[in-house]
Write a protein that binds this ligand. Structure first.
Ligand code: ADP
Length: 182
């Protein structure tokens, strides 16, 4: 299945701010592999979701790098949380690009399986895990665009950018793919 470019650009948004307050069906967490919480977006999601989340996560027994796990949203507006364990960046030659791509693909696959309308991603691995923002944004955008080209679901993908620099990078990448876009 191939969709035309206008349909595709309508299905991708950039939002600035805190992912925990978004009214979407599914949000993605840049999780620690213990799944028991951490700093950054992981800590923010656990604080906002409440103690029920860590209890659910504990039962999952962790998650290897590059993989994803699904939980409920607990006190969040989102119905689901996908916990994606991004790679810790070393020098880019330790499989980091494939591992990062597999986080995005895994989350998109779960969104399709659970028939969610909209999924929101943070900029996985680009905080404490040190992935260079330019390269990470390229992987994120490419992976999402490729997925949406081939799949009807999810209908909407949101890149939730907490830092202004990230919103700029994603805008630049999307404008390069959709030159006449919004
Ligand atoms: P990682 O360990 O995968 O690098 P971090 O949480 O340290 O994860 O950073 C990932 C990205 O999430 C960074 O761009 C950071 O600015 C962003 N971030 C931090 N808090 C939030 C939040 N509440 N909502 C959305 N993004 C956030």
């Amino acid at each position: 299945m191939h969709l035309d470019v206008e349909d595709l650009s309508d299905r991708i948004d950039i939002l600035k701010g805190d992912i925990t307050v978004l009214e979407v069906d599914m949000i993605v967490n840049a999780a620690h592999k213990s799944l028991l919480g951490g700093g950054g977006v992981d800590g923010a999601i656990h604080r906002a979701a409440g103690p029920g989340l860590v209890a659910e996560c504990r039962a999952l027994g962790g998650c290897p790098t590059g993989e994803v796990r699904l939980t409920g949203g607990h006190n969040l507006r989102a119905r689901y949380i996908v916990h994606a364990v991004g790679p810790i960046y070393q020098d880019g030659r330790q499989g980091e690009p494939d591992l990062l791509r597999s986080c995005y693909e895994g989350a998109l696959r779960l969104a399709e399986q659970h028939e969610v309308q909209a999924i929101a991603f943070p900029c996985i691995s680009t905080g404490a895990y040190g992935y260079p923002k330019e390269e990470a944004s390229q992987i994120a955008v490419e992976t999402v665009v490729n997925w949406l080209t081939e799949h009807k679901a999810p209908r909407q993908v949101i890149f939730c950018c907490f830092e202004p620099i990230d919103a700029k990078l994603y805008r630049k990448r999307l404008d390069a793919i959709f030159p006449s876009g919004d």
